[in-house]
Design a protein around this ligand. Structure first.
Ligand SMILES: [Zn+2]
Length: 346
């Protein structure tokens, strides 16, 4: 019970042990965990140096030999910031409640590119504003509150042959087009996962995906810039505004340095799907056409070709975003630049 579970983040273990201590009446241990959390306010909840680990090991009895290996995130590639690590798979959460009495927060859930649970083929939920938490130590309670109000439908959407997506397999609040978008997002998610697990952090393909995600999910100044395409599409589909507003004081240049952490899973799913459609990731073309057709039936027109989609995402040839991306493309290897040329020469 006290050991790290498979793919469990270290913050999850602490949160879980704190919870057990509280409900089991181990008051001294419970307040020790609370003090430990309070003492780390503002620091990354999944990054611990040797001193932090020693302190943690003095609270957890018996001492956990495997903590050191989990004390730092194994990749920084689009790792969400601490406060944003509040996405979870509703089906995993339900299973955890039976086996562990609480939620086991997976490392994968803390990555911006991870939006679909591979085990249950469903989109991650993100703790919403209505279930606000003041810090990550309280995320389980908020997640459970959310699950209680919005029980998710049992479903499986990934990699279904097109005609087998029927009403019964479409998740709660999801339309068929969104199933297709989720499927596309899953393809690029699996690709990122493969590249990272193979240790290819510095490869150009990952750089290109990262840059396009930054373009897609960029922050923008309220009232000064057009809301980026991914957020507009997310709003059209859900009616919910997900915009990633930044302070008026921020310089435009800093917006494009990769600060694209977006908390909610839904716009990230859109961002991944748009990225996959732009780079014409394998197996995505005809799925994107199907998305276009399905959305057109609902009166939402989206660009079919990768070139027009790129234009919708960057907003035109004279934009700062386009210039920024062109500069980035120059650093890619020649073969990749050739591929990019197809859609960036506008
Ligand atoms: Zn799951």
């Amino acid at each position: 019970m006290k050991r790290l579970r498979n793919n469990e983040s270290i913050s999850s273990l602490i949160e879980r042990l704190w919870f057990y201590a509280s409900v089991d009446g181990a008051l001294e241990e419970s307040s020790a965990f609370e003090d430990f959390f309070n003492s780390r306010e503002g620091l990354d909840i999944d990054y611990y140096n040797d001193d932090d680990l020693a302190k943690l090991n003095s609270i957890i009895e018996p001492v956990q030999p495997n903590l050191a290996g989990a004390s730092k995130p194994y990749t920084q590639f689009y790792l969400l910031d601490s406060a944003s690590r509040i996405s979870f798979c509703p089906a995993c959460a339900e299973e955890d409640l039976k086996s562990a009495r609480t939620i086991i927060w997976r490392i994968h859930w803390s990555y911006g590119w991870y939006v679909v649970c591979l085990e249950h083929s469903c989109m991650l939920m993100t703790i919403s504003k209505g279930n606000y938490i003041s810090r990550v130590g309280q995320r389980t309670e908020s997640a459970l509150r959310m699950l209680a109000c919005r029980p998710h439908a049992k479903y499986s959407v990934s990699l279904l042959p097109p005609d087998s997506i029927t009403t019964s397999t479409i998740p709660h609040n999801f339309m068929r087009a969104e199933c297709e978008i989720l499927d596309i997002a899953l393809r690029v998610q699996k690709r990122i996962m493969y590249l990272i697990e193979a240790g290819n952090y510095g490869c150009s393909e990952l750089a290109m995906i990262s840059d396009l995600l930054a373009l897609t999910l960029r922050g923008h100044v309220r009232g000064k810039e057009i809301i980026p395409y991914s957020y507009r599409l997310a709003k059209q589909l859900t009616g919910i505004g997900y915009s990633n507003y930044i302070d008026m004081g921020s310089k435009h240049a800093t917006v494009m340095t990769g600060e694209y952490a977006v908390c909610a899973s839904y716009p990230r799913m859109i961002g991944l799907a748009l990225t996959a459609a732009i780079i014409r990731h394998s197996g995505v073309d005809f799925r994107w056409y199907r998305v276009c057709d399905l959305l057109a039936e609902r009166g939402i027109l989206v660009p079919r070709t990768s070139k027009l989609l790129y234009l919708a995402v960057v907003g035109g040839a004279d934009t700062a975003e386009h210039r920024w991306y062109l500069k980035r493309v120059k650093s890619y290897p020649i073969e990749l630049r050739k591929i990019c040329k197809e859609y960036y020469t506008i």
